[in-house]
Every structure is written in C-alpha cells, then in structure tokens.
Unconditional design. Structure first.
Length: 59
C-alpha cells in the first residue's frame, strides 16, 4: 500500500517536471517512460546496489 503511494508520488513529480520542461502534450506522450522510471527510482531507494554495481536497467 505504502509502496504504491510512494511510486505514484514519484511518478507524479516526474510528470509535473516533464510538463514544465516539455509541455503537456509531450509529457503525456512519455508518461509510460516516466512511470517506469518512477518504479526504478523506488526500487533503488529500497534496495540500493553496491557501489561497484550499475543498476541493471541502465545497461
């Protein structure tokens, strides 16, 4: 439950920033990417990788 709220908060913050930078049409077009990035950021915040390891989704 809390996990979903945090994910939604991150996704909303990313969407608001994208809207401010690129406008509402482009932000809507990349919404799925923003939601995926929100999930990745949440995952990193809960289980940070070792310093030497690059997160798998950046490879």
């Amino acid at each position: 439950m809390l996990e979903e709220k945090v994910h939604q908060y991150i996704a909303q913050a990313l969407f608001q920033q994208a809207t401010a930078l690129y406008g509402p049409e482009r932000a809507d077009a990349i919404r799925s990417y923003l939601e995926q990035m929100a999930a990745h950021l949440w995952l990193l915040s809960t289980k940070p990788p070792h310093r030497e390891v690059e997160p798998w989704f950046f490879m």
